[in-house]
Design a binder for this molecule. Sequence first.
Ligand code: GRF
Length: 203
Amino acid sequence: AKIVVLISGNGSNLQALIDDIAEQKIAAQIVAVISNKADAFGLERAAQANIPRHVISHKDYSSREEYDAQLHSTIAGFSPDLVVLAGFMRILTPWFVEQFTGKMLNIHPSLLPKYKGLDTHQRAIDAMDEEHGASVHFVTPELDGGPVVLQSKVPVFADETASQLASKVQEQERQMYPLVVRWFCQKRLLMLNNKAYLDGNEI
Ligand code: GRF
């Protein structure tokens, strides 16, 4: 399978995919990494792995529609089977999302449907939640609202800071995201009518 990965930052989820592909745990090839930020560390990770890199800066576009049109045409040029959002910190237009229906995954650092959007770790702490975690989901036009494929939980300890909690969650993310991508590449995972299925069973 051909995968395009979109990033904005550190790229630890990208690295987990690169590693599992190198170890042949996932039968796939990352054909491009695209970042909206030129200084994203994930671009260095892509370079190390000899993956073609593209920076498409939102600052060069005057509207979200124009940006997403460029992003779409760059991605479409690679004809990927799957688009993986890995810390890509931009809201995508419904039009863009619809171009990749059933072919785009995201990882979100909360136990969806809790805490869509930003600052999820602090919000879990403020709510005094006993558990927190991450979710991998298919992307639909509703922000962080597509069908969930897999969740991983971590306990929230008293006096834990948001950044401590974030690193615990990110450790889980590095395990779970490659697993879901593997399922997708094995054609075991699909989205139909806004529902996710694994091995034919609704998740
Ligand atoms: C992750 O916590 C992910 O859930 C969120 O952004 C972070 C990206 O981390 N969407 P990285 O760039 O993959 O290291």
